[in-house]
Unconditional design. Structure first.
Length: 376
């Protein structure tokens, strides 16, 4: 799921998101120990079904044979936090601020597919969101708001142009616009994923569509453009994509995020690279995976850039490591550039794919530490 350039240059006149910073001043359940999750191919055993509001830390151990994911959902399947790409035998942590009491759900997704193995989870109490306590985190979320507003504004405009090309039957123009439109979405995908079924409607791959579900969004049109040819309902699919993107833009304008959301989102984008882009699974028909790869890296870097003053003060060594590893990944991407774009995935050698995988792993490790620093 996906620019380059200076990270906040596209803020423009779009309305800023209403964002809130998380702070060490909020109640921290992690201080009493993480909530453990034993995930397997058939079970998702959470050590408790309730917790007090504040910073919740889940420690997820994959005891199964399939790669899995873990999610905390609010009402309407709004994603509060997620951790992806948990290979068999590995343990990953997710720290998320939950300030409001209420009913939530935990979910493990063996094979990273479907609705997952779910359990009810109750949050009690309630704590104030620390919008003013930590000035640096407040500024970080404000900066990221400008970034997201710019990306969604550009996504809205470019999606309409892409849809118009599909509807007019101009296949060549639609193909040219496809990858460069998706980059705006891929940069902010963790934000889009917070809105229940909206992300799957816009960005689900054909392999992820379950029986009885309609295949819509970018990847359905990708298949029409590169494989089957435009279909009788391609125009309707294009119109639905525009409607869904417009809905996304509207919802992001009032979304509240925290500093932990930024930290977790930066890591989620690298997980997307590791599980989709460097495997060629994302753009099955067009092979434009490297455009998405670059956008995911840019989006991750954008979140870290917003958090940089906080991270620099609390863990300067981590900032230095992140800078080095981001630069290493970017160097590999730059080596695949062709004109204004990149090589197609099916043009990469196995050595290049291995180099990408190694560089992403090296960046993923320090990124996994950012949420713990932010939660201090």
């Amino acid at each position: 799921m996906i620019l380059r350039k200076t990270m906040f240059a596209l803020a423009g006149s779009a309305a800023l998101l209403s964002l809130t910073a998380c702070s060490g001043g909020s109640q921290d359940n992690a201080a009493g120990g993480a909530i453990t999750v034993a995930a397997s191919d058939t079970a998702c055993q959470v050590s408790t079904s309730s917790a007090s509001a504040g910073n919740l830390t889940f420690e997820v151990s994959n005891k199964g044979t399939k790669v899995t994911e873990f999610y905390l959902y609010a009402e309407g399947d709004r994603i509060m936090g997620e951790v992806e790409n948990i290979a068999p035998g590995l343990t990953r942590k997710l720290t998320v601020e939950v300030a409001d009491a209420g009913k939530y759900q935990t979910a493990c997704k063996p094979g990273m597919a479907g609705d997952g193995i779910r359990s009810d989870f109750t949050v009690t109490g309630g704590v104030a969101k620390q919008t003013d306590v930590n000035t640096q985190l407040a500024e970080a979320t404000k900066s990221y708001a400008a970034y997201v507003a710019g990306q969604t504004s550009a996504l809205q405009a470019e999606t309409q142009k892409f849809a118009d090309s599909v509807k007019s039957g101009n296949v060549a123009d639609a193909k040219n616009r496809y990858a460069t439109t998706r980059i705006y979405y891929e940069r902010i995908e963790p934000v889009a994923e917070k809105f229940g079924d909206l992300d799957p409607a816009i960005d689900a791959r054909e392999a992820d569509v379950e029986a009885g579900q309609q295949f819509t969004g970018f990847h359905r049109l990708e298949k029409d453009l590169w494989v089957t040819g435009l279909q009788p309902d391609s125009a309707q699919i294009a119109d639905k994509l525009v409607t869904d993107v417009n809905d996304l833009v509207t919802k992001t304008q009032t979304l509240q995020l925290t500093g932990l959301d930024l930290a977790n989102g930066a890591k989620e984008l690298l997980d997307e690279v590791a599980t989709r882009k460097i495997t060629g699974e994302e753009e099955t028909f067009s092979h434009t995976d490297l455009w998405d790869f670059q956008a995911n890296v840019d989006g991750s870097k954008g979140a870290i850039q917003a958090l940089r003053p906080v991270l620099q003060e609390r863990d300067p060594a981590l900032v230095s490591t992140l800078d080095t590893e981001f630069a290493n990944v970017q160097q590999l991407l730059d080596a695949t550039r062709v004109g204004d774009g990149y090589k197609y995935y099916n043009e990469l050698s196995q050595d290049q794919i291995k180099q990408f995988a190694s560089a992403v792993d090296a960046l993923s490790e320090p990124l996994s530490k950012v949420s713990e620093v932010v939660a201090q």
